[in-house]
Write a new protein. Structure first.
Length: 747
């Protein structure tokens, strides 16, 4: 138990729930730099590789053989391997070296050489490199769409909302494997309801996954996993060749293929063979490249907490994302599985992909509450949308999602549910009741939904597979029941599977099914003023958040409100001679251009309380208006020069108050209420009493200091607008005016 209260509180911080361990290189518990990683080497004789990274040909494992045969381009290898690793690292971040030149070099590098190169880069350099090296110019994002009950109505509604919000891809999985076909159908229908062109997949066992693709119920797959050690492959009864064959099966059926890898899987499965996590991940990425895949999902993914438990975890995850781009692969860069208990730590990790941009910032942003995320993910979920959108607006970054209006969301969720209702009716699936359709428009998560008969839903899902119900038949049913737009989009998806344009590297669709890929939207970043720039309609959408207010409207006086006092100027304010008076100096907008404090206290009541406090001490108040300045200190100082007692109160119209004394410098004072947001009418009453006591020369207990550390966050815009209004009333040539105050009786 800590002795220090501060250490006790530190121990309770969310970040201290995360695992934190020392390295154990012999067992592979090390991120990037292990003494057990091989040194780069490549020996070729008669076109045959005799040595790879210190290993003789007779000792090659299946991964070595696969990399040599399918990933390592011997045409470039001799020259590339002879280059200094630091020089290559510098070329990566050099804006004068084009991306295609870097890609050419990496075609000829071995795993150990690649590791050596990226070890020269710090995280900022890696981010610069990632911005330059990603394949597609336009960044995007991917969503998870799941729920613990496999509720098809909720899946469709969440998919529709996700599509409306801008996700380019949506991925589901199952609570029960037999739900796979129905879940795939639900997010296909939902996604195309929200926006045309969204790609979808259902992450299940590979044979079933392939079947769903062949039926036209899914359009991409990223469930093909590879590993960096032979023993891990054997444990999964797989080889690089079997994975390559499976990838070809998907692609030949018009299904976009993305492999999954990520640091930590080998050591988690007990088969790290004493190598660093990043070295093994580089071997994975070369296998993926050799298998002919257009891209990869990495960034440690479901193992993320493991590299982050060790020194350099965030840097390592960023490095594996970068290596994927150096090999010219599309990158879906993680940020899906929970990476930390700490919001600060999660956000810091996100920034390494968010700021430079990747093909998909998240490999699955949880579009629903994380309690419903069947991937065990939810690093960021539906409750974080506004935070994510604000970050995009803060940095003028396209993170792949856009602001929406609540009414839009409700309408699109209802439309998706009704589309599913029509499909269920057409195929005689268990009926979707109207109460489900209405409920799904506004629910938070699956327990809020009316109960469905899961057994019957599972039977319906099995029927889809047994009867081979295709995407075309789904489109036909929707067209029959009046959902022509959704039907047209689903049919277009089937056509696109035939043409195959979206099988190219980093391909996504826009809302009109135009393909954006590394072919026609190639990343041309070569320094400032090049590459992707947020502009035009996309920028307009990102900055126009629903909660953004018009400052012109916020700075005006409400004409429906009546002030409870009259301020009448009766002449120039002169220096007083009565030692038992306290002058109250009002800011130039007080009671005219501004009528309330920053927290909405009526200024007539504020003034009334200060006067009452002064009078209770037997002192006479005199009220003047200062026009020469809007600065609180100088308002108070000017008023003190005119006070018979030498003591005065200066108040800005937003409520900030100072008690000043004639012989003090302007920026000194007797008391200062700097945070008007903390003030009540009692506060102003006490300030009046204290000013009077100072005037009498009595010992005075200052107003207790109250600090609200969030005040600036809450009120800085309003402060700015109010002070702007006050400053507009300043007249440098207008001397202070004596005021007669008449408080009105208000109903």
């Amino acid at each position: 138990m800590p002795q220090s209260k501060r250490f006790e509180l530190l121990a309770q911080r969310a970040v201290n729930k995360d695992s934190c361990i020392h390295e154990w290189p012999e067992k592979g518990l090390v991120n990037m730099e292990s003494a057990f990683d091989p040194k780069p080497s490549l020996k070729i004789a008669n076109g045959i590789v005799k040595e790879l990274d210190g290993k003789k040909r007779k000792d090659f494992d299946i991964i070595d053989h696969f990399i040599i045969e399918h990933a390592l381009n011997l045409k470039y290898a001799r020259k590339a391997m002879a280059m200094d690793s630091r020089k290559i690292a510098r070329m990566i971040v050099d804006i004068n070296v084009p991306r295609n030149k870097i890609i050419e070099i990496f075609k000829g590098l071995t795993p150990a050489k690649i590791l050596q190169v990226v070890n020269h880069l710090n995280p900022v350099e890696m981010m610069i490199a990632l911005q330059k090296m990603r394949a597609r110019k336009t960044p995007a994002n991917q969503a998870h769409v799941t729920n613990r009950r496999d509720n098809p109505v909720l899946l469709a509604a969440d998919a529709a909302e996700g599509a409306l919000r801008g996700f380019a891809e949506e991925e589901t999985t199952v609570a029960v494997p037999r739900s796979a076909a129905m879940n795939a159908l639900a997010i296909l229908v939902g996604s195309q309801t929200g926006r045309g062109g969204v790609l979808t997949q259902c992450a299940v066992e590979e044979a079933l996954n392939l079947k769903l693709g062949m039926l036209g119920l899914t359009t991409y797959s990223e469930t093909l996993s590879v590993y960096g050690t032979e023993s891990t492959f054997k444990d999964g009864d797989d080889t690089p060749w079997s994975k390559a064959f499976l990838a070809s099966a998907y692609a030949s059926r018009g299904v976009k293929v993305r492999f999954t890898s990520g640091t930590g899987s080998e050591v988690l499965m007990g088969n790290a063979e004493g190598k660093s996590m990043l070295y093994l991940e580089i071997r994975c990425l070369l296998c993926i490249k050799g298998a002919g895949s257009q891209g990869v999902q990495n960034g440690s993914i479901s193992c993320i907490a493991l590299p982050l438990s060790l020194p350099g975890g965030g840097r390592t995850v960023l490095a594996e994302n970068l290596v994927a781009t150096l090999l010219d692969l599309e990158i879906a860069s993680g940020n899906d599985a929970m990476s930390s208990h700490s919001d600060m730590r999660k956000s810091a990790k996100l920034m390494t992909q968010f700021l430079p941009g990747t093909d998909f910032i998240c490999s699955g942003y949880s579009s629903m509450p994380r309690m419903d995320n069947m991937f065990g993910g939810g690093n960021f979920d539906s409750e974080d949308y506004d935070d994510f959108l604000i970050l995009q607006r803060d940095f003028l970054i396209n993170g792949g999602i856009f602001p929406v209006q609540e009414e839009e969301v409700i309408n699109v969720r209802r439309k998706a549910a009704k589309a599913m209702q029509a499909i269920f009716k057409e195929f005689d699936f268990p009926s979707i009741k109207d109460e489900e359709v209405e409920a799904v428009t506004t629910v938070h998560w699956s327990p809020d939904m009316p109960e469905r008969n899961r057994v019957e839903d599972l039977k319906a899902s099995e029927r889809i597979l047994k009867e081979s119900i295709t995407g075309v038949e789904i489109a036909r049913a929707l067209d029959k029941h009046g959902f022509q737009e959704v039907a047209k989009r689903i049919l277009e998806i089937q056509k696109q599977r035939v043409t195959g344009d979206y099988l190219q590297t980093s391909a996504i669709f826009d809302a009109n099914f135009n393909v954006l890929s590394a072919i026609n939207d190639s990343n041309d970043y070569q320094g400032p003023g090049t590459g992707y720039r947020l502009e035009g309609e996309t920028k307009r959408k990102i900055i126009n958040l629903p909660q953004a207010k018009n400052p012109r409207e916020r700075s005006t006086v409400d004409p429906s409100k009546t002030m409870g006092m009259e301020l009448v100027e009766i002449g120039a304010a002169t220096a007083g001679s009565d030692s038992r008076e306290v002058v109250i100096g009002l800011g130039p907008a007080f009671g005219t251009a501004l009528q309330e404090t920053i927290t909405g206290l009526p200024l007539d009541k504020v003034l009334k309380e200060m006067i009452r406090g002064i009078e209770e001490e037997g002192i006479k108040p005199r009220v003047i208006k200062i026009y020469e300045t809007s600065d609180c200190a100088f308002i108070g100082h000017k008023a003190a020069q005119l006070s018979g007692s030498g003591v005065a109160i200066g108040i800005q119209s937003k409520g900030t108050v100072v008690i000043h004394q004639r012989d003090l410098p302007p920026l000194n004072n007797l008391e200062l209420l700097s945070q008007a947001s903390n003030a009540t009418l009692d506060t102003y009453h006490t300030l009046g009493k204290n000013a009077a006591r100072y005037a009498k020369g009595e010992a005075t207990v200052p107003l207790p200091t109250v600090i609200d550390n969030m005040a600036r966050l809450k009120y800085i815009v309003q402060t700015t607008l109010m002070h702007m209004k006050e400053t507009e009333q300043v007249n440098l040539h207008l001397a202070p005016k004596e005021l007669r105050i008449k408080f009105l009786e208000m109903n």
